[in-house]
Design a protein. Structure first.
Length: 441
């Protein structure tokens, strides 16, 4: 028996789930019931016939076959061929000779809990975008109602017209990593979290955090990515990092001065005093010689630490500082060959603080290579490319997989300093080939 107004409430108790639109049509294909979820999930159906409903849902090549099946009252279960990308499946079940029940299932993310909240609260600093990973490209499928609000630099229509548009708006350093992680989700991982930058119309950067996962059925090609605006949080972190770095540099300067002016001078004074001793006993004389050699080594170590903390050669500019640094490395670490080359480049636009940070980055790279890479050569070049200064440093060591290795203190220091400098940089490494850092200013 088909429903009337008195028992629709009873039917809603059976068909009231937020993911599925449930329709009942009579033997004349006229709609006589639809559950409340139809409107809740944005699937508006008026007093249409079954054939009109199917026409609005199915692509033409599928529609003809479905019509034929309906005419002979054959059960139908469709999983593709839909006009609306939000539709996951359509099931049409005959009810003896009295009509049909149609169940239209939507992707589980388009439910009352996942979509209405974005309609009712468009100012939330959170939005989602779903991607289809079924083909060779990563194709944006649909987005939450407030997507345009969260991404003001984006034209929402273009996101779905052009597969590449959304990614082209990303910061170049973040785009490749983001796409690789999304692609990996299909085959390897269940979920990933990451931070990335979008480029505003005025060329400034805006920070977002993404949590993405293939949370559908096994083998499902649909991926959902939730985006959170973390711009204020990120800039607070950057400002805090700048304060920390400034304090650290001040402390390094103080320690360097203490080492040089007190400990270093005391060691030198002891060494000079020992040199004035006239000891006739051969054993005592040999002991004094050993003490003086130990003191000389200690003095060299103190000088080396002072140089590492506050390199004096930077006072004459970054190029002179790096040339002196690599010269010292060739003397102190002969097992590795160091080369530094730079043409006549104007670096006047780089202030003293940024020069110091760049020097520290290169110094940290060299230190990491010495400790971990087992390399034979480290090369550093500075040149001008299309009006931009490009600093490149690389080793020929064992390399590592950036996706699998957890960044250590050295790599974090490099990234933190480069973020403070606000330049473009690319850190690449390949097992068995080596590591390469490219900085574009």
């Amino acid at each position: 028996m088909f429903p009337d107004e008195r028992n629709e409430i009873v039917l809603d108790s059976y068909f009231g789930d937020a993911k599925n639109a449930v329709l009942i049509v009579n033997n004349n294909y006229k709609l006589i019931y639809k559950n409340e979820s139809c409107s809740k999930i944005g699937f508006e159906i008026k007093n249409q016939s079954l054939l009109d409903i199917l026409k609005n849902c199915l692509q033409s090549e599928v529609l003809v076959k479905v019509y034929e099946s309906v005419m002979i009252k054959q059960k139908i279960n469709l999983t593709d061929g839909f006009i609306d990308k939000k539709i996951e499946s359509i099931r049409i079940s005959p009810i003896d000779n009295e009509g049909f029940i149609i169940k239209i299932s939507f992707n589980e993310f388009i439910s009352e809990s996942a979509s209405r909240i974005f309609q009712d609260f468009p100012g939330l600093p959170l939005a989602y975008l779903c991607f289809n990973l079924g083909g060779k490209s990563i194709i944006p499928a649909y987005a939450s109602e407030n997507f345009q609000v969260l991404f003001p630099m984006i034209n929402c229509d273009k996101v779905f017209e052009n597969d590449k548009y959304f990614f082209e708006k990303m910061h170049p350093q973040d785009m490749d990593s983001f796409k690789k992680k999304i692609t990996k989700l299909k085959n390897e991982e269940n979920i990933f979290r990451s931070e990335f930058r979008m480029i505003n119309d005025d060329k400034s950067e805006r920070w977002y955090r993404v949590t993405a996962g293939n949370l559908g059925k096994e083998g499902d090609d649909l991926l959902i990515a939730y985006f959170e605006d973390i711009n204020e949080i990120k800039f607070s972190e950057i400002n805090r990092e700048e304060i920390i770095q400034t304090n650290l540099e001040n402390e390094r300067t103080r320690i360097s001065s203490e080492l040089h002016d007190s400990i270093g001078q005391n060691l030198t004074a002891i060494n000079l005093t020992l040199a004035q001793l006239n000891i006739s006993d051969p054993n005592s004389s040999h002991l004094v010689t050993l003490i003086r050699e130990t003191l000389k080594e200690s003095i060299l170590q103190v000088k080396s630490v002072c140089y590492y903390l506050t390199p004096p050669s930077l006072d004459l500019g970054l190029l002179h500082g790096l040339d002196t640094f690599f010269g010292r490395q060739n003397e102190m670490s002969p097992q590795i060959t160091y080369t530094f080359s730079s043409k006549k480049i104007n670096l006047d636009h780089i202030n003293q603080v940024d020069s110091y940070n760049l020097f520290r980055v290169i110094q940290e790279f060299v230190s990491n290579s010495q400790k971990h890479s087992k390399c034979k050569t480290i090369d550093c070049t500075i040149k001008t490319v299309n009006g931009n200064v490009v600093i490149q440093i690389c080793d020929d060591g064992v390399g590592f997989d950036p996706e699998k290795i957890k960044p250590g203190f050295g790599l974090k220091n490099i990234e933190n300093r480069l973020k403070l400098f606000k330049c473009e940089y690319f850190l690449e490494s390949e097992i068995g080939v080596g590591t390469n850092l490219k900085i574009c200013i």
